[in-house]
Every structure is written in structure tokens, then in C-alpha cells.
Design a protein around this ligand. Structure first.
Ligand code: SF4
Length: 124
């Protein structure tokens, strides 16, 4: 039986409402997208959804206890909780540079985790 699925394309700020008809995991039709990138977005959402990850990692020796980190590319959606749990267990030492590598090729995804800002040493 066909399934009708609805999406909001997040590829650009227009945010097209897109409907796709799916049968057995195969995309039959896509309507509502203003450009081809919307169709690519929907196909990826149906077959292998990915998301950017932003979270924090603990830091020792800085005035702030946490540094924001992000993935350098979208990760498979099904791996996000696993990666976030791994990052919760890490502890970096100050100073921390902006774009410092925190985790290379995290869980073999080909995506790195890097810091989003610098944190100096707490001199107090
Ligand atoms: S379908 Fe195209 S125009 Fe619409 S939100 Fe996606 S990228 Fe933007």
C-alpha cells in the first residue's frame, strides 16, 4: 500500500512543504518542491536521514565548564544519540582552540567533531 509522507525542506530558507508517495521504501512521486534540491532532500530523508549535531563537551581548567562542539557534516540520524553519549563522556583540557578536533571520524562515519569556540585557561 502506498504511504503519503509530508516534509518541510530545510535545505534553504524558503521551507517548501513537500509531499512524497512511497511504496515499500521506494519514492514514487514528489510534489511541492520548488527545485531539485528538495527532491534530493526528501529522498535522503526517506532512505538515509542525516542531521548536524551540536552539543557540548566538558572542559577542565577553564572558567567555563563546557565548550560547544559540532559535527563537520551531517551524521546519520540513527547514530546521533550514540555520538552524543560518547561526547558526554569526554573531558578536554584548557586551553581549547576554535575548530579544535575533538573526535576524528566519529564511529567510522567519516565525520569529525570539532569545537565551535576557543576557551582559555582560568588564570584565577
Ligand atoms: S525545495 Fe528548493 S526552494 Fe524549496 S526549500 Fe528546498 S531547496 Fe529551498
Amino acid at each position: 500500500m502506498d504511504e503519503q509522507r509530508r516534509f518541510v525542506c530545510v535545505t534553504c530558507p524558503v521551507g517548501c512543504n513537500i509531499e512524497a508517495r512511497v511504496r515499500d521504501g521506494q519514492v514514487l512521486t514528489i510534489v511541492g518542491n520548488r527545485c531539485a534540491r528538495g527532491a534530493d532532500f526528501v529522498r535522503e530523508e526517506i532512505t538515509a536521514p542525516r542531521r548536524m549535531l551540536t552539543t557540548t563537551v566538558r572542559v577542565r581548567g577553564s572558567a567555563l565548564p563546557l565548550v560547544p562542539v559540532r559535527s563537520t557534516a551531517p551524521l546519520p540520524k540513527g547514530r546521533l544519540l550514540e555520538v552524543a553519549a560518547h561526547l558526554r563522556g569526554l573531558l578536554l583540557d584548557a586551553p581549547v582552540e576554535e575548530h579544535q578536533l575533538v573526535c576524528a571520524d566519529v564511529f567510522g562515519t567519516g565525520v569529525d567533531i570539532v569545537t565551535s569556540r576557543a576557551l582559555g585557561v582560568d588564570e584565577r
